[in-house]
Design a protein around this ligand. Structure first.
Ligand SMILES: [Zn+2]
Length: 464
């Protein structure tokens, strides 16, 4: 059996929630339209002679996202036409960005290592095909409410090395986009769509050390000669499962000495398998060229400063503040919220919690105990729908202490002191962690929840 390194690059699309569409004044609200084809005009229907005008807000929001992802911004940029034929694209081309995207060369940190952001560009969404039976016949209907809705695409370098890392990347990206308040990223409705380009590299010959096989940055010229594009995934779980399936499928082909086809595949969640959709086009097939109807865009310093000032405090600064004020480590807090409003609410809860005198576990100081309970679903209320007071009261109930007199408690303490002579010696010798152990033993012995501070004081008084 050969050894393979998984190599994944991701492309994520998110619909921006501007009031109007990307190149016309039509309402941008395809999910609540009620009826098909009501938010349409000659521009988004692709009628001849109709002229597009770019949505300034959508451009600003794309830059905002790029800045949040640490990207460089192209001060001179343009829109290009990407040609292909499909019934949901009436113009015969999609307005997108080719060689001068608004943003490029950013980075996202994941717990597995950094992932390079190749580019963030702006384009328009297509109409939506609906396949159904009408009068006994199978027909395809088209709804143009979504046609020309602003769509950002975020492309990574092939620097993701596992399905778990791909999932973490996608989750964090959605958090950042929602935090910036530029898209709802509703994945069920198609407001955010995930794609993963997956290939496997045989690393048997190059490396022998197991550790070096994962997370080892691959040079461009060493990338496999093929990649399979897993398209239109609408949940994080499906992304992970689809990639896992694809890894096994490609392994089998490579083991036979063959190369997997370069193609686009879909994921069938019911059967948990991927299937061929079409063979992959090369960029040249799209005959990209600059859109002659849309003037190029130049960002002067004033405009750029204006956009920069509209970027909310980056998530990193929020986490740093939480760490400083509430001793929360970033890893445990970062997936508790998505939007800026939710972050604000959490901070209110943390702030209120940190002022309460509450019994806590010895190794979980302050607010971390609360976060721990939320993560492990011991606190199940919706933190963002309840008042801060309500949340605190639920928390207090879940960590409430049992009633016990000092006299009764002393019996258990004595028992533990007798049963744990080594820990007692350690404590007397200055090993402070022993107190945590001893307190834990007393609680176990008493089968009660008792305030840590109270037990600690009692133990020390009886020992020293
Ligand atoms: Zn329109």
């Amino acid at each position: 059996m050969n050894r393979y390194q998984v190599i994944i690059g991701m492309e994520v699309h998110a619909e921006l929630k501007t009031l109007s569409k990307m190149f016309c004044g039509c309402k941008n609200d395809p999910f609540h339209a009620g009826k098909p084809n009501i938010y349409t005009c000659p521009v988004c229907l692709g009628l001849p002679g109709a002229l597009p005008v770019a949505n300034k807000k959508a451009i600003e929001w794309t830059i905002r996202l790029g800045l949040a992802l640490g990207c460089k911004i192209n001060r001179f940029s343009k829109f290009d036409r990407k040609h292909y034929f499909y019934p949901d694209l009436p113009k015969g081309y999609q307005i997108s960005q080719y060689d001068l995207p608004f943003c490029h060369d950013g980075k996202m940190e994941t717990s597995f290592g950094p992932v390079g952001i190749t580019r963030v560009h702006l384009e328009e969404d297509t109409g939506k095909l609906i396949h159904q039976k009408v009068n006994g016949r199978n027909v395809s209907l088209i709804d143009f409410n979504r046609s020309s809705v602003p769509l950002v695409e975020i492309v990574t370098e092939p620097e993701i090395y596992s399905s778990a890392q791909a999932k973490e990347y996608a989750k964090k990206l959605r958090q950042i986009i929602r935090y910036l308040d530029v898209s709802d990223c509703d994945m069920e409705k198609g407001g955010m769509r995930l794609e993963a380009n997956i290939s496997l590299k045989n690393v048997k010959s190059q490396m022998t050390n197991d550790k070096s096989i994962t997370n080892n940055k691959i040079q461009k010229e060493e990338l496999p000669k093929y990649k399979v594009e897993l398209k239109n995934i609408n949940s994080f779980r499906f992304l992970e499962r689809g990639i896992e399936y694809e890894i096994e499928r490609q392994k089998e082909i490579l083991e036979k000495g063959l190369t997997p086809d370069q193609e686009t595949r879909g994921y069938n969640a019911e059967k948990n398998l991927t299937y061929t959709q079409r063979s992959k086009e090369e960029a040249a097939d799209y005959r990209y060229f600059p859109d002659p109807d849309l003037p190029p865009i130049r960002f002067d310093n004033n405009w750029m400063n204006e956009i920069k000032s509209s970027v909310p405090k980056l998530l990193e600064t929020v986490f740093a503040r939480w760490e400083k004020n509430f001793k929360i480590n970033k890893q445990s807090a970062e997936l508790l919220f998505e939007t800026a409003d939710e972050a604000k609410k959490l901070e209110e809860i943390f702030s209120s919690l940190s002022k309460q005198k509450l019994p806590v576990d010895p190794d979980l100081i302050g607010v971390n105990k609360f976060i721990n309970l939320v993560i492990h679903k011991k606190i199940t209320i919706d933190l963002f729908k309840q008042s801060v007071e309500e949340v605190i009261s639920v928390y207090k109930k879940s960590v409430a202490v049992d009633d016990i007199t000092d006299e009764d408690l002393k019996v258990f303490v004595e028992k533990v002191i007798r049963a744990q002579p080594q820990a007692v010696l350690d404590l007397k010798a200055g090993k402070v962690q022993s107190i945590n152990f001893l307190v834990g033993q007393v609680m176990r012995e008493a089968k009660k929840k008792i305030e840590f501070q109270r037990l600690e004081t009692l133990l020390l008084k009886m020992l020293l």
